[in-house]
Design a protein around this ligand. Structure first.
Ligand SMILES: NC(=O)c1ccc[n+]([C@@H]2O[C@H](COP(=O)([O-])OP(=O)(O)OC[C@H]3O[C@@H](n4cnc5c(N)ncnc54)[C@H](O)[C@@H]3O)[C@@H](O)[C@H]2O)c1
Length: 247
């Protein structure tokens, strides 16, 4: 097993890529903490993992609120004693012309997609620094390098995720804490339900490999690699999981 006895926190673990990663990491031997703002989906991920004989806890967390993120780390340390892997996966999207984006919408996108990574990292690294080891994985998007029409706020936030990943990789390297990101393209999760079927087909047609959306598991496997010791020489890296869209 590639994550035997590791403790992994996965934000947004109730749905899509986060849920697929929670199941995969648990299958690979990790004890998983699902940090999710939606209680029903977070609990469902955890109960399925437990029913398969692995260890998991649900910690209801809004990753934009500092006190809730601080609580998340305390609960994980109280239950599992360590934090080996932090997968900053939670994210939201809003698609709108720039003059229809209001200030609240802009701030919400940046709070969930970027500020959350600052908060989780800030509160997780004391334990990782004590252990002088750790792995942080951030979920970016091909929107960062190939924005689609009306993606300005989302694309800018994901560009920030990639830059933040590099800055943190540099800063935390002396503690043997690796910081990398996965960069999914169009992926079949509830997030893409902001598009109707015709729009989904048009987007899928832009993907060279099989002209279809990726599965959430495709990015989960990339995250698994980054989380594992097999990636011990990688930091500051971005792994595209986009079916060739950014070629
Ligand atoms: N689906 C895609 O096409 C795609 C493409 C590129 C990148 N991504 C990125 O992948 C990540 C996961 O997205 P997904 O496609 O699985 O979407 P999803 O909507 O299925 O899952 C996102 C999860 O994040 C949770 N979440 C949102 N705000 C939160 C908050 N404030 N606190 C805690 N949890 C919160 C949601 O409840 C949900 O469970 C996101 O960062 C997204 O931007 C997705």
């Amino acid at each position: 097993m590639r994550l035997a006895n590791k403790v992994a926190i996965i934000t947004g673990g109730g749905s899509g890529i986060g849920k697929a990663s929670a199941h995969l990491f648990a299958r690979e031997g990790a004890k998983v903490a699902v940090a999710e703002r939606t209680v029903s989906t977070g609990e469902e991920t955890v109960s399925t993992i437990r029913s398969r004989g692995s260890e998991a806890i649900f910690v209801r967390t809004d990753v934009t609120i500092a006190s809730e993120v601080e609580n998340l780390m305390e609960v994980v340390l109280a239950n599992f004693g360590r934090i080996d892997i932090l997968f900053n996966n939670a994210g939201i999207i809003k698609i709108a012309p720039i003059d229809e984006i209001d200030e609240l919408m802009w701030d919400q996108i940046f709070a969930v997609n970027v500020k959350s990574i600052f908060l989780t990292t800030k509160y997780a690294i004391p334990a990782m620094k004590r252990a002088r080891k750790g792995v942080i994985i951030n979920n970016a998007s091909t929107g960062a390098m190939r924005p689609r029409m009306f993606f300005s706020a989302y694309a800018a936030s994901k560009g920030a995720v990639i830059t933040l990943t590099k800055a943190l990789a540099l800063e935390l390297a002396p503690f043997d804490i690796r910081v990398n990101c996965v960069v999914p393209g169009f992926t079949e999760t509830p997030m893409i339900d902001v598009l109707d079927e015709k729009q989904k087909k048009a987007v899928a047609d832009t993907i060279p490999l099989r002209r279809r959306a990726a599965r959430p598991e495709d990015t989960a496997y990339a995250a698994l690699y980054l989380a594992s010791d097999e990636a011990s020489a990688l930091t500051g890296a971005s792994i595209l999981v986009d079916g060739g869209r950014c070629i």
